[in-house]
Design a protein around this ligand. Sequence first.
Ligand code: NAD
Length: 499
Amino acid sequence: MAETLYHYIGGQRVAGAGERTGDITNPATGEVIAQVPFASGDEVRQAIQTAAKAHPEWAAVTPQNRARVMFRFKALIEANMDELAELTSREHGKTLSDAKGSITRGIEVVEYACGISQVLKGEFSENVGTNVDSYSVRQPLGVCAGITPFNFPAMVPMWMFPMAIAAGNTFVLKPSEKVPSTSLRLAELLEEAGAHPGVLNVVNGDKEAVDTLLTDPTVQAVSFVGSTPIAEYIYQTGTAHGKRVQALGGAKNHMVVMPDADLDQATDALMGAAYGSAGERCMAISVAVTVGDKVADALIDQLKPRVESLRIGPYNDPDADMGPLVTRQHYEKVKNYIDVGVEEGADLVVDGRGFSLQGYEDGNFIGGSIFDRVTPDMRIYKEEIFGPVLAVVRAESYDQALGLVNDHEFGNGTAIFTRDGDAARNFTARTKVGMVGVNVPIPVPVAYHSFGGWKRSLFGDHHMHGPEGVRFYTKLKTITERWPSGIRQGAEFIMPVLK
Ligand code: NAD
């Protein structure tokens, strides 16, 4: 029988109170493996109030002691890596090695949070006026919320709550209803590491839970990662309710391949970046822009046999390059995009639609696909497919390639492959994208830098984790004080000027 999941509130596993639930399926078999409760508004409010109650005591813990909790949390994640990867892969479908890689990227954020005492250190100015000193501190906001997508069940929640909690906030996390188990386990581990009950709460659910987080006046800030239409909705609704919001959306990441690029290196990069995790990464490369037909022809010649021979298998197949898509619905969506590309007149060089894996006929497996001669007016170019489908767009010049990157609706990541430093520098300076790689296909910033896109890939002012994460989850306060006491200044009716 499928297991029934729960919420995690105030340090307890709490059974769902309502009727509404969702199915969680094993993407490799289509089998229902768990039922997840969808929280009602009242259940979410209970979690928010629990977080609010836990806040004063947690905020009073010294930053160094909060950092010590993070050190223990990191060690516990490492000790439980196999279990966390299994939970992630079983619900998402990605290979275990890929899951472990993404958890490691999440751990990097915890490592950064271990330095919270250093990054929260304020600024102090002595004698800004005679006997007057001034200093700035960053203080926590209170209750913060996170809403996360299906594609990184561990890493994306870990972009958020370790920074928020290390900074002295308490947190309510609403993970994707397709992959909730990793978040539930992480909450238990954080508590084992020493966080007080109620510091990290996990509520499962859908729009009803999200809308409660967006409108409840106790929630001070909302971090969101997901698709662009929902990110825009989250930003508009959350800010209309007076909250800070950072809402990261979808992507269509272009990799420009210059005529002088090392083609073997570019091909390797494209294989991993377009097909790793079955293309279900917001930093996946979904468009290769070749500069000149010669590069395009040579690149396709190299890619075609490798895409045709991708090893595709269930998450626990150690030889698999990629697993199935997350749900049957998503599989249908990706397959439909391939139909659309054919109808639009793109040249389908490798067709993944016919792929089937013996013994896993009910799984959401799809082969890798490549479209050549894709043009900017096509839907398969404009829209995010989020599957193992690479579009090759042939540009005639570098300027045309750069124009494509800059004119696209999304601006999450991009890369240029070249041996020409002038071209690379021009690209990094002029491209209107948040994260840029030079001979690096997936330029996901390390945790002590910040992650985020431009244009319709991010709504809000702050990127995630790193210094931007600290700013997002804290408020700046500046104190001006005069000591010693007892010095009379007399009444001053003009705008005070420190002397
Ligand atoms: P999604 O937008 O469908 O869901 C994300 C979250 O929003 C989930 O928790 C979901 O329950 C909730 N949600 C869904 N519909 C909602 C609604 N109508 N109202 C309120 N909440 C709603 O995204 P997904 O399919 O889970 O994830 C894939 C998307 O996430 C892709 O577009 C991908 O590019 C994007 N993504 C972006 C980044 C980034 O850093 N920019 C990272 C990872 C994923």
